[in-house]
Design a protein around this ligand. Structure first.
Ligand code: ZN
Length: 100
């Protein structure tokens, strides 16, 4: 059975996860005994590949990358843990675990 996206907004936000944009993804909860995901909404000012290469000075702090936990899809409102309970792997990208 092929896993389904809850909506086009979620699909596109995950597909754009390496770019300069807002994106959604999941991480397996390291504190959970059984595999369960944590869902996140992230934002990045530069492409992911450039995060470690930023070299400029500023008089004040600048956020290049951040994330916040989410429970519901920001686009369609579905409960993410329920909708992706068996298919959350389609939202996992280990390269995103260190951002924010
Ligand atoms: Zn959705």
């Amino acid at each position: 059975m092929k896993a389904k996206w809850c909506c086009e907004g979620m699909k596109h936000s995950y597909e754009d996860r390496k770019g300069r944009t807002i994106f959604a993804f999941a991480i397996e909860d390291p504190n959970s005994e059984k595999a369960s995901p944590l869902f996140w909404l992230g934002s990045r000012a530069v492409e992911q590949e450039h995060l470690g290469k930023i070299n400029f000075k500023s008089e004040f702090p600048v956020t290049m990358s951040t994330r916040v936990p989410i429970i519901y899809c920001p686009w369609c409102g579905v409960n993410l843990a329920k909708h992706y309970s068996k298919s959350y792997g389609m939202l996992v990208d280990s390269s995103l675990e260190t951002i924010g």
